[in-house]
Write a protein that binds this ligand. Structure first.
Ligand code: ACO
Length: 445
């Protein structure tokens, strides 16, 4: 494949004579590999047979910067153009017209549901409210100061106790019922985790409320609040925007762990664990903590940006930058408008919103951020919405996990349904000591 005439990898439609294979020359010997093309014409070289063809040579790509781990039909993302689509539908349209449960159905089933299919999913969710009491006992056994993601992780894997491993699921219809149950139960458990942390008793899920209304009410017993439906719809939009994001760190964890054919719930718990980190879903908590510290310590934006640019300082501008987006994260644009609308509707004047907007403007005018194509990501404004809803800061990443659950599940199901799936097992290049002899402890210096 001769790409020398192109500045970047061409689209298939841009070249008429593009070959279906790529040559890789290893020590003067050429090997031929198939070129795989995605439905949006992205190209990849399938190097699956490199090792056997070349007599042992492998590729190395730390952090998978340049490696597709799978082929998937669920989410399309073009980070250069700032495009995100679930099953082909632009995220902006879904955020405006759809809702979280409908999107959950879409992710798992490939198409939008009919009215009766959606009704069925809603009913499956609302009839899955009965929790085994041992799950609440796990929550109560944790000290109040335990981080909610720590408790959620143990609860997620504990769901496996009463469930099958999920390997018997043959169709997305069968899988829908399991997804509905895990979504319903995780929402209840998450609200209970939060209330336990605040020393409060648990509130039962109710039949007549939507998914997001139920969650808010289980958190705050606030279904009588005059702005309840406005608040629930902002939360629903947050869930929807987080529902999937192709092969991100936590989803890759779900697929990798799931590839050993462990229980579905153990694979989902891996997603929770991976999400917790501040470089991934934990960033929403870190952003608000950063904005709070700017307000508290009276730091100037220049001081904050200088700190973020200083390579000897581990501090980063949280909520900025992305492995894949080198343009605006399309979710952050939607979130910013949801944030403005919610605060306007509720008449809330949060000083952190002003700080966030000014900080964003300052960063977007700073050459360090501009030249590295660092833009606000999904986490930059989501925390301000969650704060406005009254959600405790340490629960923010749990909210992300609730949103991402249908994505993790759908990606797991896609992997599980593919006859080509094998256990994931990367190789390495060993660069430690070569063979040496054991030294008796008396002779070690
Ligand atoms: N603040 C300051 N500098 C940054 C930031 C940031 N937030 N993000 C990236 N950079 C710099 C890096 O130091 C690097 O500089 P260099 O070229 O001089 O070495 C350059 O930009 C490229 O960044 P990488 O670290 O190579 O980007 P990578 O793809 O590995 O990391 C990540 C992406 C983890 C998201 C990073 O941008 C970051 O840490 N951001 C802050 C945390 C955050 O908001 N995470 C949420 C991401 S969205 C999500 O997961 C839901």
């Amino acid at each position: 494949m001769n790409l020398s005439e192109f500045d970047s990898v061409p689209l298939r439609s841009e070249v008429s004579d593009i070959m279906d294979s790529a040559e890789i020359k290893v020590f003067n010997k050429s090997h031929s590999f198939p070129v795989v093309m995605g439905s949006e014409e992205e190209l990849a070289i399938d190097i699956g047979s490199l090792r056997s063809q070349s007599g042992g040579v492998i590729t190395i790509d730390p952090a998978y910067v340049n490696t597709a781990s799978c082929q998937s039909k669920i989410t399309y993302l073009d980070g250069e153009k700032g495009i995100l689509r679930y099953r082909g539908y632009p995220i902006e349209q879904l955020a405006e017209k759809s809702n979280f449960l409908e999107v959950s159905y879409l992710l798992l089933n490939e198409d939008l549901p009919t009215a009766s299919e959606l009704e069925n999913l809603v009913s499956q969710v609302s009839t899955s409210h009965n929790l085994d009491p041992f799950l609440n006992n796990i929550i109560k056994s944790y000290p109040n100061h335990a981080h909610p993601m720590c408790i959620l992780s143990s609860l997620m894997v504990s769901l496996a106790v009463n469930e099958t491993g999920g390997h018997e699921l043959q169709s997305s219809k069968e899988a829908s019922a399991v997804l509905a149950k895990v979504m319903a139960q995780t929402a209840i458990l998450s609200a209970n985790i939060s209330r336990h942390g605040s020393g409060l008793g648990f509130i039962k899920a109710e039949q007549g409320l939507s998914y997001s209304e139920n969650f808010l009410n289980m958190m705050f017993d606030n279904k009588g609040h005059k702005n309840f439906s406005t608040m629930a719809s902002a939360l629903d939009c947050i869930f929807l925007l987080h529902a999937d994001h192709e092969q991100n760190c936590s989803t890759s964890a779900v697929r990798l762990v799931g590839s050993s054919q462990v229980s579905l719930y153990a694979a989902l718990a891996s997603g929770v664990n991976a999400l917790w980190g501040p470089l991934h879903g934990g960033a929403n908590q870190a952003v608000v903590e950063m904005l709070e510290s700017i307000e508290r310590d009276g730091l100037s934006f220049e001081q904050v940006l200088d700190k973020a640019k200083d390579k000897s300082d581990p501090f980063k501008l949280m909520g900025f930058g992305h492995r894949v987006y080198k343009n605006f994260d399309p979710r952050s644009k939607v979130i910013k408008s949801v944030c403005d609308r919610l605060l306007g509707d509720l008449g809330v004047d949060d000083p952190l919103l002003e700080i966030a907007k000014n900080l964003e403007n300052a960063a977007l005018e700073d050459d360090y951020f501009v030249s590295r194509k660092l833009y606000p990501n999904v986490d930059f404004y989501s925390g301000i919405i969650l704060r406005t809803l009254g959600i405790p800061t340490n629960m923010f990443t749990v909210i992300f996990a609730l949103g991402r659950l249908p994505g993790w599940f759908s990606q797991w199901f896609e992997m599980h349904s593919s006859p080509e799936t094998k256990i994931a097992r990367p190789r390495q290049i060993y660069n430690g000591h070569t063979n040496r002899q054991y030294i008796d402890i008396s002779q070690r210096v």
